[in-house]
Write a protein that binds this ligand. Sequence first.
Ligand code: NAG
Ligand code: NAG
Length: 326
Amino acid sequence: MVVNTYTPLRFTVFISFPLAAAAKLSASHSPPPSSLPKAATADDLLSVLGPPSAAYALSPSVSRELRSCLKFLVPFESSKPKFESGRCSLLTGLCSGKNDAVEEEENSLVWWPPEGVLELARLAVDSGGDPGSIHRALDPSIIPVPRRDSQLTRTPYGRHFIAQEVNSYFEFLFRLIESRGPSVGFNVSLSRYDLFHGHLFIATESGRLGILFHAKEYPAYDKKAFPYNMGYCQRGSDVKYGDSINLRNILWLAPLPNKSGTGWLAPGVLVVLDAHPDGIIYRDLIPNYVKFVRTIYEDDLGTTVVDVNYLNVGGAGEPDYQLFIC
Ligand SMILES: *[C@@H]1O[C@H](CO)[C@@H](O)[C@H](O)[C@H]1NC(C)=O
Ligand SMILES: *[C@@H]1O[C@H](CO)[C@@H](O)[C@H](O)[C@H]1NC(C)=O
């Protein structure tokens, strides 16, 4: 009985404050209150990372809170003009050397990827968000995933894109995340327990192509910190469950094509989504049942097209990373 009378009371109190505030403000012809908490959506996140015109439509407070949770691996340039680039060899994964020119070159590969990747980005939009448009860009030959790793992937075999530069580009993204992670306080390694996969999606509203990478996939069992048994894939894990779990969702967005022309509305983006428990990403974009592991779901961002896996299939001491599109 106590619970029954208490619950409606709490409810009344909860709704009456905002109503009273709104009534008072409208009487004095003030703009609607922007300080009322409003849940952010995955679409809001994509808008913040889109052209300035998309970001204007957002509530300033949501936009500000989202921005405070973004840790860019490549500087965000919402209106960077497209220019010719591509002096780096994608085939070696990263550009060699470590000077400013190299860093700038890697940045520009994220802002303006090679032609094959731009074509996919345009296909996604022109097809009205049809995953089949991307599937048709895959080479039909199948590549078996080594037995040892086959539980890591959605299917026990993978494929490649017909355009080799697309495959090389996705490998480049994995390596860039690994090499730039520390610049935002994120130690991440390309291993079967940490970063080995991402989900390629087409965003629902804009048709923008993207990949949501998930790092720290199999933290080691720990009686106190991570008391979860995840079976075979977790065995041997050296990933410690700790604050780094906040940074496990990494987002790549392809440049956004202009639907009504041949131009582009926004350059590409590579960003770590910080899901620390005080932030809006943790609060609004992570479902309650996975708060502990901070998982943002690719389905919330759009239609999933394929998984992009990058696995070390080499023996001990002889790394050999290969791409499997599943
Ligand atoms: C990342 O790794 C380096 C080298 O092992 C270590 O010195 C540093 O403290 C680590 N940083 C974080 C944020 O864990
Ligand atoms: C998109 O392309 C059309 C046709 O070329 C052009 O008129 C329009 O200004 C472009 N939109 C933007 C935002 O650049």
